[in-house]
Design a binder for this molecule. Sequence first.
Ligand code: AQP
Length: 332
Amino acid sequence: MSEKKTIFSGIQPSGALTLGNYLGAIKNWVELQEDYHSIFCIVDMHAITVPKEPKDLRHNTLEVLSNYIASGLDPDKATLFIQSHVSAHAELAWVLNCFSYFGELGRMTQFKDKSKKNEGNITAGLFDYPVLMAADILLYQTDLVPVGEDQRQHLELSRDIAQRFNNRFSPTFVVPEPYISKIGAKVMSLQDPLSKMSKSDDNDNSYILLNDKPDDILRKFKRAVTDSVGVIGYNTEQPGVKNLIDICSKITGESAEAIVQKFENKGYAELKQTTAEIVIEELRPIREESEKLLKDKEYLQRIYQKGAEKAEDVGRKTLRKVYKKVGFVSRY
Ligand code: AQP
């Protein structure tokens, strides 16, 4: 029997989603759901590793689900669910904690970056984030994880933990491989093109949100930081311009070279205008559909309940295996 491979990924509802989340993750998932057994989660338990207002978290969680569906994820093809609805994530994370080392968690760059931003308020949850992520992935016997460059180190750690557990006992977890998307690459901040576009950035001119109105999108692109070279080129010396070209290319499918050629003898203002227009048209239907879906709470509930049931079935099986291997007495 030819079984489809399992692919798992998730996004934190730590704010409204950005163009980075969309181009770096969701847009790829929409294609992947056709060929893989796809599980896409909204990882609300990850979102509380830094302080969050409860009402914002609730709103953002449903908004992310609306964004998933409005972007083309089909609840009949992919399992869409909310992490905290499947308690096996937390339960497996506890066991995996006992197979993870302080030293390796301390080396995670995301932990180092985020703890700098939250100095004086660094929770054990922030430190433990990658172990929960390993549990998310390993629970579903995931073959492939579509990850951006930024999440590679965490996936490596998930692989190490899986191998360590398998070696200590017997094969229990599938050791997941990274899935490198065709579109790939990071979307960078519009204000600091050397950092990635991030929804928790303090400067709201640095990101485009999926729910930004056309005027906001145009204004933010007009303010995008470029350089003083004055010629549109695609190179690392011009990271702001390169980012705009990458954004266009990811949406239209045109190569960077073709875009550079199109803008020969043209100025940055034209590139910014064109990029804004392309992004506005790409995001318009997603924003409109998300707004509609977000008003239909009953529909959303049906989707996340059905998703959680499907996820729970698979997750429980893995957890039972794990509990048995480590020596917990079965309740039944
Ligand atoms: N700028 C980006 N370019 C490409 N891909 C990106 N992703 C995020 N930002 C970019 C991809 O989105 C998925 C999950 O993101 P997440 O929200 O769970 O975590 P994150 O990577 O920490 O995203 P943010 O926006 O930076 O969140 P905050 O600010 O809350 O930490 C991943 O597949 C990631 O590669």
